[in-house]
Design a protein around this ligand. Structure first.
Ligand code: NAD
Ligand code: MG
Length: 416
């Protein structure tokens, strides 16, 4: 073929956006709208926000739309019947529908923006279909690392981290020898990587004394100082469980043992994480706290796209500060390390117990300080049923069990 046939126009990457109405989903769609020549949307999935979903269908004209709840399908059908679309999307629902959208044949990359372990089956469907993933839904990897990692290995799907800390690590590691650059994250130890330092803003209670947490309300816990995110992850940031979950996420993604993954409170959220290499060099990735950057990098990798986004100016910030987290103030952190070290089914119990406890807290049925107590009790009870190499069914079973255990325990008087 002659040179005249060669095109310098890069192909448009087609996305399936799971959880399109959430914080990650809407920011992903903002990027697509900003780079229409680079990205398109072929699949959308959502929970209950039909109003926003319909706007997204009008704007992006996907090939398929999946709703978590089949009971909402007739209303969605009714609402989109009045839109003048180039083509009507296929409408599907329920767990099967979410999996169909995740494995949609024309999708090149699946953005996993569903919150919680509800993202597990769609994520596995995407992997089995050989799709590359932009992983935001960390709960899936934490609950089911021993299932997800072998599935990635089998399918050759590439897992690109959208979580800002793991994106920072991933970006820093681009300059080191990878075992296999095509398979990014399979838990295989990364040569030369000695230690990971995950930065944490400290969440809503960063400047509170531990003793004052008895007065913490839902409104207090859901107002994050630096990041605008969904309610569950904002509460996880306030308890530091989010960072604990990210420690387990980092262990599964980069194969680093728990003794070499540390958490450092960095209130400005400018350094998004650091890696220490074997020669003692430390690499960090910096930027304003804006999730669009790590999401964009997942979408454009291995390329860097030109953006008009706000440039980082360190003189504007003045100083970057760091301190060690207080384990007495943030008991969720040690619970996460313990569950991660136990491995097997324990992280699934930790995650499900946390999801259930946070949901009860958001409904004002338990106090903020009850969250770690309920999680600890569930992990403790699970010791006798713990499995080292769980199957998918084992993970789903312990996930269900832990939610019930927390719901039951929360109706009893909680230990002081
Ligand atoms: P969110 O609550 O804003 O959005 C969640 C999305 O999932 C919504 O579209 C919702 O409709 C959908 N959803 C909720 N429950 C569902 C269910 N049972 N089945 C199917 N769909 C369901 O959450 P978010 O803040 O966008 O977080 C999404 C994921 O990304 C979480 O796992 C979170 O830990 C991770 N994450 C988020 C951020 C952030 O800045 N928001 C940063 C890093 C990682
Ligand atoms: Mg994060």
């Amino acid at each position: 073929m002659g040179d005249w046939c060669r095109s310098d126009v890069p192909p448009v990457k087609a996305l399936s956006v799971l959880g399109s109405t959430g914080s990650i989903g809407t920011q992903t769609l903002e990027i697509v709208a900003e780079f229409p020549q680079r990205f398109s949307v072929v699949a959308l999935t959502a929970g209950r926000n039909l109003e926003l979903l319909v706007q997204q269908i009008r704007q992006f004209n996907p090939e398929v739309v999946a709703l978590a709840d089949p009971a909402l399908l007739p209303e969605l059908r009714e609402r989109i019947s009045s839109l003048s679309l180039q083509r009507s999307p296929d409408l599907v629902a329920g767990s099967e529908g979410l999996c169909q959208a995740a494995a949609w044949p024309t999708a090149d990359l699946v953005v996993t923006g569903i919150v919680g372990c509800a993202g597990l089956l769609p994520t596995l469907a995407a992997i089995e279909a050989g799709k590359d993933l932009a992983l935001a839904n960390k709960e899936t990897l934490i609950a089911a690392g021993p299932v997800v990692l072998p599935a990635l290995e089998r399918s050759g799907s590439r897992l690109l981290p959208a979580d800002s800390e793991h994106s920072a690590i991933f970006q820093c590691l681009q300059g080191t020898p990878w075992p296999d650059t095509a398979r990014l994250s399979t838990g295989i130890p990364t040569p030369g990587l000695r230690r990971i330092q995950l930065t944490a803003s400290g969440g809503a209670f960063r400047d509170w004394e531990a003793a004052d947490l008895v007065n913490a309300t839902v409104a207090d816990a859901t107002s994050h100082p630096n990041w605008s995110m969904g309610r569950k992850i904002t509460v996880d940031s306030a308890s530091l469980m989010n960072k604990g979950l990210e420690v387990i996420e980092a262990h599964y993604l980069y194969g680093v043992d728990y003794d070499h993954i540390e958490i450092v409170i960095h209130p400005q959220s400018i350094i998004h994480s650091m890696v220490e290499l074997s020669d003692s060099s430390v690499l960090a990735q910096l930027g304003w706290p804006d999730m669009k950057l790590p999401i964009l990098y997942c979408l454009s990798w291995p390329e860097r796209l030109e953006t008009p986004w706000r440039r980082l100016d360190l003189t504007e910030i003045g100083q970057l500060t760091f301190r060690a987290p207080d384990p007495a103030k943030y008991p969720c952190m040690d619970l996460a390390y313990a569950a991660g070290r136990a491995g097997g089914t324990m992280p699934a119990v930790l995650n499900a117990a946390n999801e259930q406890a946070v949901a009860l807290f958001l409904q004002e049925r338990i106090h903020f300080l009850d969250i770690p107590k309920l999680i600890e009790a569930a992990c403790e009870r699970h010791r006798t049923d713990w499995r080292s190499e769980p199957s998918l069914d084992d993970v789903l079973a312990v996930d269900r069990w832990a939610r019930t255990a927390v719901a039951e325990a929360s109706t009893l008087p909680l230990a002081a």
